[in-house]
Design a protein around this ligand. Structure first.
Ligand SMILES: Cc1cc2nc3c(=O)[nH]c(=O)nc-3n(C[C@H](O)[C@H](O)[C@H](O)COP(=O)(O)OP(=O)(O)OC[C@H]3O[C@@H](n4cnc5c(N)ncnc54)[C@H](O)[C@@H]3O)c2cc1C
Length: 385
């Protein structure tokens, strides 16, 4: 299996990240109990979240999960490359997914960059230590691809705001304490210019979280309604009317750098299923490995760009398309290799394979659909009319 340290495709790591990688590898080789408990197939999503949260606690206490985050927010300095090293190593040592902690690489970089510093100094350590998690409330029943038509409304009240509306497909809300909500503070006609981002406490009266069970049996998604939910002024992220900028900052991670984090677990899935005896020279496996190589190098370019304070911009659409292609290619191969997948055998390994296969059918939708990514490439990169 490829790994970052010293691999020619990614180029050498900086000395600080290299030292971190070597020390983390030594620690992982001691097989800490929390890693042992999380690094195997766990069919129950609830138990998977609990095991991953317990691992996050240990990674935080030992300092590993604090690297890559600013010291003023409870981190130990460094940047996204440290996080890239950490999650790659965890996957290599058997962890099968980030579970709800995917938002550490989707939402948290934006919260750290644009959130209220005092609030984030309180909340980010709780996220990093597995104590509290987050969800992302953008999509609405009539506002998915056309996010600028979002209708959830925030009205100024008592020095803060009151939020009323309905969000849907908000991943991991059932497990989350906080939701980053995009709400309308301007007129409907103001479209993207009239949106503002808020940190909303999902435990507050007036919030209702209704989990949605997916075809794969997990309750990862949810519908969330807000009825006059009060939000303090310090819970604003970015400027009033600056919600679009916040959303684009997040989507740049969700479509770009996130590909690095996710692809490590697809590689893990391949390794864990090689024993199923896929025939030598299997074309599906070959396709999956080629797709993984493509996403690996393109997403690490995004990680490096981010570390250098640059952004992929519209090029992140390529990474999102490649990630979806590799997720489907890996799971096409697993389905072809595992005869138990379709017939209902219930051990945890088969159950997780089945969940992953079914999930891979919808990965062309989250973070902006495949058509929207193609639209971005056509208009913003190829400059087509
Ligand atoms: C697994 C998963 C997790 C998700 N997690 C979250 C989350 O945590 N938070 C959140 O806010 N949302 C989340 N979503 C929602 C996701 O962002 C939306 O589903 C997505 O943006 C598409 O919106 P829609 O479902 O309303 O479909 P629509 O926008 O109604 O699109 C329907 C179809 O029409 C196509 N289409 C629409 N407009 C155009 C156009 N202009 N040109 C060409 N084709 C077009 C689309 O590509 C799609 O095929 C998640 C979705 C999934 C599947």
């Amino acid at each position: 299996m490829l790994h970052i340290t010293g691999s020619s495709e990614s180029g050498p790591l900086r000395d600080d990240a290299c030292a971190y990688a070597v020390a983390f590898e030594e620690w992982l080789a001691t097989r800490p109990a929390a890693l042992e408990a999380a690094a195997h197939p766990i069919a129950s999503y609830e138990q998977r979240v609990a095991a991953t949260s317990a691992l996050m606690r240990v990674l935080y206490d030992e300092g590993w999960a604090r690297y890559g985050w600013p010291e003023q927010l409870g981190g130990l300095g460094g940047d996204i490359v440290h996080r890239a090293v950490m999650w790659e190593a965890l996957a290599r040592h058997g962890l099968l997914s980030m579970a709800v902690y995917e938002h550490l690489e989707v939402l948290a970089p934006t919260l750290a960059a644009l959130g209220n510093p005092a609030l984030m100094a309180r909340l980010l350590p709780r996220f990093l230590s597995g104590t509290e998690t987050w969800s992302q409330g953008f999509s609405e029943p009539d506002a998915g691809s056309d996010l600028a038509s979002a209708r959830t409304r925030a009205v100024a009240r008592d020095g803060g705001w009151a939020i009323t509306g309905r969000k849907i497909w908000t991943s991991w809300s059932r497990y989350a304490t906080w939701c980053l909500v995009l709400a309308r503070t301007g007129t409907t006609e103001s479209r993207h210019r009239g949106l503002t981002a808020f940190v909303v406490d999902l435990r507050h009266p007036g919030v209702e979280v209704r989990p949605i069970v997916q075809a794969n049996g997990t309750d990862e998604l949810a519908e969330v309604t807000f009825d006059e939910v009060p939000v303090d002024a310090e819970r604003l992220v970015g400027e009033i009317g600056g919600g679009w900028r916040v959303a684009m900052h997040i989507l740049a991670h969700e479509r770009g750098t996130y590909g690095w984090f996710r692809h490590n677990f697809l590689q893990r899935e391949v390794l864990d299923n090689l024993s199923l005896g896929a025939p030598e020279g299997d074309t599906l496996l070959g396709n999956a490995l080629l797709d993984l190589a493509a996403i690996r190098s393109s997403s690490f370019a995004g990680v490096r760009a981010h570390a250098a304070d640059s952004v992929l911009g519209p090029r992140a659409a390529f990474v999102k398309l490649m990630l979806a292609a590799s997720e489907q290619a890996v799971n096409d191969w697993v389905l072809a290799s595992d005869p138990d997948l379709a017939v209902g055998v219930q051990d945890d390994h088969v159950a997780v394979n089945r969940q992953e296969y079914l999930f891979s059918r919808i990965v062309t939708v989250y973070g902006g659909s495949q058509q929207m990514q193609l639209d971005t490439i056509a208009k913003q990169i190829l400059r087509l009319p």
